[in-house]
Design a protein around this ligand. Structure first.
Ligand code: NAP
Length: 311
């Protein structure tokens, strides 16, 4: 018994690798709750892959738990205060996914501004051959972009947009070393200064609705909001209202409140591009994330420093 519990749906490769380490796997936190006391004893590390809240009650079910190794960089589903109080360490999978998420953010913008989904349908459905002409869209290069949260992923987005000859603005709690990018004190002043607002904050209570109705209005009828961070960071009711009334130009969204159940009002909006939370979903990156998760578990069990601890 190596004491590893894998919680969540893993692909065959990751599951085989976890099993090779001696892990037992359950589908979700409900399955953890259903485990008998005997099966829960001796479990020293959890490989966690999920978005359901992992809090004090779940940690209390695992008396020997020392590590929650999260699959993903965002740990907003894990109650970090409860983990600290229970003496449980937490690790995540930062950096290995930066490129993919930043790539997707830029793709969402290009898809939205050049109406690529409508263009694809025009060709695929035969309307173009039948004489329908595509419309005229908006130029992306050279516009003004704002990054809300210039962390690891935000920085990669900004670097890509700089190559699109954009003027870069950002908002972060502290000033960052940049090639002359403009820092703003808050989300509203950032939104007012740009054409495109990219949201790259962490999720969780402290950033909830950081993109407020006021920030959305500041972005305005010509502005586009791109969110690849967490649905909770955007006031979604205000976003839908602004899109439906034309007070916001458009949006590209990979994350939503209550996902995967997405508010059906989004589906009626042609100026919105929707993706199923797939920012890191490439074979290469998912393999690297799984490896980093397992590296953290192996280090914990060997009594070594964690490769990517949280906090
Ligand atoms: P990061 O390097 O930690 O950057 C996070 C940013 O959030 C930083 O700019 C930081 O601001 C800001 N922040 C953190 N705590 C804050 C607080 N309490 N109040 C205000 N701002 C705060 O994280 P990352 O690796 O770039 O990842 C960012 C997020 O992207 C993840 O947490 C995750 O939710 C999301 N994500 C999504 C996908 C996807 O598939 N769509 C994939 C990976 C990650 P400062 O600069 O002021 O410190």
């Amino acid at each position: 018994m190596t004491g590893i519990l894998a919680i969540g749906q893993y692909n065959d490769t990751d599951l085989a690798a976890l099993r090779a380490m001696g892990a037992v796997q359950v589908a979700d936190l409900d399955a953890l709750r259903a485990m008998g006391q005997g099966a829960r004893a001796g479990l020293r590390a959890v490989a966690y892959k999920g978005h359901d809240g992992f809090g004090a009650a779940e940690m209390a079910l695992l008396p020997d738990l020392g590590l929650i190794a999260n699959y993903g960089v965002g740990v907003d589903a894990i109650d970090l205060d409860a983990a600290r109080a229970a003496g449980v360490r937490v690790s995540n999978t930062p950096d290995v996914l930066n490129d993919d998420v930043a790539d997707l953010a830029v793709a969402l913008l290009l898809m939205q501004q050049r109406r690529l989904i409508a263009g694809d349908a025009l060709v695929r459905g035969g309307d173009w051959a039948a004489g329908a002409a595509p419309g005229l869209f908006r130029k992306v290069s050279g516009r003004r972009a704002g990054i809300l949260g210039l962390g690891r992923i935000g920085r990669e987005i900004a670097d890509r947009l700089a190559a699109f000859k954009m003027e870069i603005h950002y908002q972060s709690r502290s000033a960052k070393e940049t090639p002359g990018w403009t820092r703003h004190e808050d989300a509203v002043s950032l939104a007012a200064a740009v054409d495109y607002l990219f949201v790259a904050l962490v999720g969780g209570a402290e950033t909830e609705n950081a993109v407020s109705a006021e920030a959305i209005d500041a972005l305005g009828p010509d502005g586009v909001l791109i969110n690849i961070s967490r649905g909770s960071v955007v006031d979604e009711a205000a976003l839908l209202d602004a899109l439906e009334t034309g007070r916001l130009g458009g949006a590209g969204l990979d994350v939503f409140h209550g996902e995967p159940d997405v508010n059906p009002r989004f589906a009626a909006l042609e100026q919105v591009v929707l993706q199923p939370h797939q920012g890191s979903a490439t074979r290469e990156t998912r393999a690297a994330m799984g490896q980093l998760q397992r590296d953290n578990i192996a280090a914990h069990l060997a009594g070594q420093a964690l490769p990517s601890p949280v906090g």
